[in-house]
Design a protein around this ligand. Structure first.
Ligand code: AMP
Ligand code: GLY
Length: 341
């Protein structure tokens, strides 16, 4: 069969590469792909990104299923559109993707279902946000509500920095619509880990654990980035923590979304902060696999990835068995000079 992977990052290269190893897959198209996927045997780059053109391409090429990598097409409703055309696609609907596309939606959702997260307040007016900043304890975290390609979170260590971030987003609209509303939330301390599952609306299949390196430069001296590298497994996720994350975070998220008539399908990524006492709080949800976590995770996947995705599309993830290579995998990101600015 032929499959399509939507996206053009290292994550999509890893997804497409892993799928191309499936004995039942004859060809993997990647739209638009990148210089790496262009060199990979079994993969073919397709220079299209518009949803309407993707639909036409999938029909024309008789593509059996599509896997969506990045958040932007998900937030634009690619899954809703494909489904309405009768095409098989793995990802969350536009409404379900709000878990990532609106941090205010996600926060309210977590509060409704008792999912632990940092305390916060939301603002759309700079004056009110500045008054709030004058009273809070530091450090504090200022977050744009919408998708901002990794530039929407400022950890402010001084009041000046916090005021500056408020103006950047609310007053000077530097992030456009994404920053028209903001959250100001308590700073959490602990160890950060990414916990990623595949979800079929009802069941979750946890993938191997992983952790990425957020800050640029050695010894964490640089600014936050989307991730300068990653490894899998994440030793901080003990079997006890793993069970607790499934019980307290992942399962309530899936049952909450189902209760809201938006059953969550696709990859679901919970960015977690684990306190020294072992308390778990959600920093963010992503409605996709992590980049660069995926590169390390999929390197260790021994089970046929296609079969797992089929289980997810057939709502039978509870019956899926997955095997991981016991060895660790590690990835390093090569970035353009000047990254992340
Ligand atoms: P987010 O996109 O919400 O995950 O934020 C990006 C990064 O900012 C996270 O990976 C953390 O390193 C940091 N961060 C976000 N929220 C908090 C918080 N409440 N406390 C401490 N660090 C945070
Ligand atoms: N590496 C962090 C992310 O994918 O959001």
């Amino acid at each position: 069969m032929k499959v399509l992977v939507v996206g053009g990052g290292g994550r999509e290269h890893a997804i497409a590469w892993r799928l191309s190893r499936s004995p039942r897959i004859q060809k993997v198209f990647v739209a638009p792909g990148n210089a790496g996927t262009a060199l990979e045997p079994g993969l073919e780059n397709i220079p299209i990104t518009a949803i309407t053109e993707l639909v036409a391409f999938v029909k024309q090429e008789n593509i059996t299923l599509t896997v969506v990598g990045p958040e932007a097409p998900l937030a634009d409703g690619i899954v809703d559109r494909f489904r309405s055309e009768g095409l098989r696609v793995f990802g969350p609907t536009q409404k379900a993707a709000q878990l990532e596309a609106s941090k205010i939606f996600a926060k309210a959702f977590m509060q409704r279902y008792g999912i632990s997260t940092a305390n916060s307040a939301s603002f759309s007016q700079a004056d009110a946000a500045h008054r709030y900043v004058d009273q809070i304890s530091l450090p504090s975290v200022i977050k744009a509500d919408g998708l901002a390609a990794g530039k929407g979170v400022v950890v402010a260590y001084s009041r000046d920095q916090a005021h500056e971030a408020v103006d950047y987003m609310l007053k000077n609209s530097k992030l456009g619509k994404a920053g028209a509303q903001i959250l100001i939330e308590d700073f959490l301390e602990g160890e950060e880990a990414s916990f990623i599952v595949m979800a079929d609306g009802q069941h979750a299949l946890p993938l191997a654990t992983s952790q990425d390196h957020k800050r640029l430069l050695d010894n964490d001296l640089g600014p936050n980035t989307g991730g300068m590298g990653a490894y899998s497994p994440a030793p901080c996720i003990t079997p006890e923590l793993h069970a607790k994350i499934m019980r307290e975070i992942i399962n309530p998220t899936l049952s909450g979304m189902a209760q809201e008539n938006e059953p969550y399908t696709g990859f679901l990524y919970a960015g977690l902060m684990i306190s020294p006492q072992g308390d778990i709080k959600v920093l963010e949800y992503n409605c996709r696999l992590g980049d660069p976590e995926t590169q390390s995770i999929l390197m260790r996947l021994k089970t046929d990835f296609l079969m797992l995705i089929e289980h997810a599309l057939n709502q039978s993830l509870d019956k899926a068995e997955v095997e991981w290579d016991r060895r660790a995998a590690l990835g390093v990101v090569m970035a353009a000079e000047g990254y992340p600015e």
